[in-house]
Design a binder for this molecule. Sequence first.
Ligand code: KIV
Length: 284
Amino acid sequence: MEERKKVTIPDLYAMVERGEKITFLTAYDYPTALLEDRAGIDMILVGDSGVMCLLGHETTLPAKMDFMVEITAAVSRAAKRAFIVGDMPYMSYQPSDELAVRNAGRFISEGGADAVKLEGGARMAARVEAIVKAGIPVMGHIGLTPQAASLIGGLKAQGRSAQTAKQLVEDAKVLEEAGAFSILLEAIPARVAEVIVERARVPILSIGSGAACHGQLLIVHDILNLFEAFTPKFVKKYADVSSVMLKAFQEYISDVKSGLFPSKEHEYRIPKEEWQEFKRLMGM
Ligand code: KIV
């Protein structure tokens, strides 16, 4: 079998250097991560969006550290090549540097992640610096930051005014200076992202922020049509797994109801002599 070398931060920087786009998808479970890794994805985000996609919550706010660490460990067991980023959930880093470092450490030691991601620009620079000082790589995340949805006026594109666009450019610089190895831009105008990319010394990744970025992230449940609550403008659907699953469930129900399943090939057998003895024991 072909040797599958783990993607590292120097590999990501080398990809940027040679103009090769970085591919990035979310995963929250073992089988999905296994397939993404087999397909050759460069990075996997174990996003707190998992509580929406897997558990049916309306926002990412209910995500808990134990849940995030557990699913990160499942993804790490599956993905041997991809660079794995654990997403720090709401209130796992906001209160203090110390809490942020402890929780980032859990993603690495218990979850097997290669890095963590946290939301926020300049106001989170101290947290980024503290975690990096502890030897843990941090990805910054600015633009639409769902954990601060109320503060930023809802789940909507950011940086559409001159002032807020300027703030995003400044936030990216501050995060870079705080030691972030990479920055994710969510739902900001492509032209603003372009300015950030031009000025950046670290890989700039996009989810809904245009083609100029060094790499692209999408949420796996969106691209497979497995998330029904809403579909952001930036999503491209690559498969309709939802209809494949629905058809399989309907056929199963119909087979069981009609007696087509199980058939002889799905049954276990008892050896003849054991059956005779069983009948004798039962007085049959
Ligand atoms: O949780 C997540 O999947 C994310 C992306 C939306 C960026 O943070």
